[in-house]
Structure formats: structure tokens, C-alpha cells
Design a protein around this ligand. Structure first.
Ligand SMILES: [Zn+2]
Length: 85
């Protein structure tokens, strides 16, 4: 499993990018891929088991801290992050 952090944007930076807001603390999407997206601010899990390219140009709002986490395919190819679990 590869762990990736969303890029935290300000309200202004986020602009008109589509946003998903979670109803509960569980990850908004769970699939069978190998990428886990976590909040770039607090490390809360936003989406798990994501396939490469599955989420692109979308903002996932963190349930825990409310940060606007921008997800894109470019961020998928960044360095591996240490796993916290
Ligand atoms: Zn957060």
C-alpha cells in the first residue's frame, strides 16, 4: 500500500475544483487499489485502496480537520511516506 498526502489548499486556491465532503469519519472511498490518500494536515485517511488515476483533480474535505485536500495523479508519483499504521 502506498500512502500519499493530499495537497492542502486554501479556500481561495481551491476555487471551483469539485469537492467531496464526508458524512462520517470513515474513508470516503474504499477500493482494491494500492494507494491510501491521507489528509496533508492531520493524516486522517481520506480514501483507501485507490487505483492509480482513479482520483484526479478533486478535493476531498478532511472529516477530522476540515482541510481541503487536493488529489491529482501528479501527486501519486511523489515519494513514499512513512506509514503510521
Ligand atoms: Zn485533516
Amino acid at each position: 500500500m502506498r500512502k500519499r498526502q493530499g495537497k492542502v489548499l486554501s479556500e481561495h486556491q481551491a476555487g471551483n475544483v469539485s469537492r467531496l465532503k464526508p458524512a462520517t469519519s470513515t474513508p470516503m472511498m474504499v477500493g482494491s487499489g494500492d494507494i491510501t490518500w491521507v489528509c496533508g494536515h492531520c493524516d486522517h485517511h481520506l480514501a483507501e485502496g485507490i487505483m492509480p488515476g482513479q482520483i484526479n483533480n478533486l478535493i476531498l474535505i478532511c472529516y477530522s480537520c476540515g482541510a481541503l485536500n487536493y488529489i491529482s495523479t501528479e501527486l501519486e508519483s511523489g515519494p513514499d511516506l512513512p506509514s503510521s499504521n
